[in-house]
Design a protein around this ligand. Structure first.
Ligand code: AMP
Ligand code: MG
Length: 422
């Protein structure tokens, strides 16, 4: 990044650091992200959650041969009677992994198992439940379609086809799909290194006694969890006091070893003028007030080559700003050019929700199915940005955009589910 971040951002027509919409902030951030470039080869299993650095082409057709999708009898549809029953002689058996080696003559069929190679003379499978087998013959009725119950060679993947483009994040199905190509190694981008620390004179660390006016540092634990789920290398730098020399040292140490620096606390107005001044001296950082709740103050920029996110101190705000800004940015930095946004689903609100227009709110909610199987969302009672229990009890964010006002029970709202399937 150049000395131009601040200039580029502040020259945008609609730039107002004191009133940034969530989307605008996301777009500004997006424009300045420089993904990791270094690649490494990994054994297939180790690539779970990593981002592919090269396209993967299929070296073969998958499946390799036409094969049966069912247990039954392989035959040629030309031998099926135009009307009434058909009777065919059983010439042998084809097992998965052990093909029928003879030839299937006119008026003959082969007993075939699921996955067994289709004899070249056959083009159709009749399932075993639809035939009567007796004395080495089968008889079945009308309604056979040519090509039924077959899996064709290349139906899953064609030889030479791009199976995954570079930038794809590996999921469980993908491990299997790549294994089905016989590939044991893949090229991925190296892991992103993320350093983080908490700031605040009031913070105690686990293991220390809690003095009057202190709180235990919880942000490093939620950040650890969220970062670990993202699959990055975490560098936990502990708690740093509100002391300019210590903060400067910590920021410089972090910039020297990490691709991304996250801090919590010390970026809200009034407080923390140290952080603001230091960040302005050490790097290129902008300070925003985001039109959102929770999570209004957010600092963003670069310190040396490291991307910097200054998250608010309140424990819920840390998590919300992480999920709404840092997560997507991090996916881009990990090498995914177009990360899939967390889906927003429309569900019925079970209760009334208070919401002031003019800012985006991410209220914590519980998604549940009512007696009729209709999905609904119920707000967690206390929406305070310091009430971390609300995040533990919630299974979704209720996303209420800027224009939205109060919601009445029975109206539709959008939710983002906190836990994914894969
Ligand atoms: P700040 O943004 O530094 O003004 O902090 C806002 C609020 O969040 C204050 O009540 C802090 O005590 C609290 N807070 C800041 N950092 C942490 C942390 N690491 N763990 C728990 N609470 C914190
Ligand atoms: Mg503080």
């Amino acid at each position: 990044m150049t000395q131009d971040l601040i200039r580029a951002i502040s020259c945008a027509d609609d730039y107002d650091p004191n009133s940034m919409s969530v989307d605008k902030a996301r777009r500004f951030i997006r424009d300045f992200l420089q993904p990791v470039q270094t690649k490494e080869s990994l054994a297939l299993r180790s690539s779970l959650g990593r981002v592919l650095a090269e396209d993967i082409l299929s070296p073969y057709n998958v499946p390799n041969h036409n094969n049966s999708a069912m247990d039954g009898y392989a035959l040629n549809a030309d031998d099926v009677a135009a009307s009434g029953n058909t009777t065919l002689r059983i010439a042998g058996t084809a097992f998965a992994g052990k093909a029928f080696e003879g030839t299937v003559g006119k008026g003959e069929c082969v007993r075939i198992m699921t996955g067994a190679v289709m004899p070249p003379e056959c083009d159709t499978v009749v399932i075993q439940e639809h035939v009567q087998a007796e004395d080495g013959r089968i008889t079945f009725g009308e309604g056979v379609r040519r090509g039924q119950n077959l899996r064709y060679a290349g139906e899953d993947l064609k030889q030479g086809q791009v199976v995954f483009a570079a930038g794809h994040m590996m999921r469980p199905a993908d491990l299997g799909l790549i294994a089905s190509l016989g590939l044991g190694e893949v090229k991925v981008y190296r892991k992103l290194r993320v350093a983080f620390f908490s700031t605040g004179d009031e913070l105690a660390s686990i293991g220390q006694p809690l003095e009057a006016g202190q709180v235990y540092d919880s942000n490093r634990y939620t950040l650890y969890g969220m970062l670990t789920r993202l699959g990055v290398e975490v560098i936990d730098m502990g708690v740093v006091r509100d002391d300019p020399a210590l903060l400067e040292q910590a920021l410089q140490d972090a910039a020297a070893c990490a691709d991304v620096i996250l801090t919590s606390g010390g970026v809200s107005v009034g407080e923390a003028d140290y952080m603001k001044q230091l960040l302005t001296e050490l790097g290129q950082v902008v300070f925003w007030k985001i039109a959102m709740k929770p999570g209004r103050p957010l600092a963003y920029g670069k310190i040396g080559d490291a991307h910097y996110f200054g998250l608010p101190g309140n424990p819920v705000s840390v998590m919300v700003t992480f999920y709404q800004f840092v997560r997507d940015a991090m996916l881009v930095l990990m090498g995914q050019p177009n990360p899939v946004p967390v889906p927003q689903l429309s569900v019925i609100s079970a209760g009334n929700l208070k919401k002031a227009p003019g800012r985006t709110e991410f209220q914590r909610g519980v998604l549940f199915a009512d007696g009729d199987g209709q999905w609904k969302v119920q707000s967690i009672g206390n929406q305070g940005s310091g009430v971390l229990r609300s995040m533990s009890e919630a299974n979704c964010f209720i996303v209420m955009d800027e224009s939205c006002g109060n919601i009445q029970a029975g109206e539709t709202v959008k939710v983002q589910i906190l836990d994914g399937f894969v």
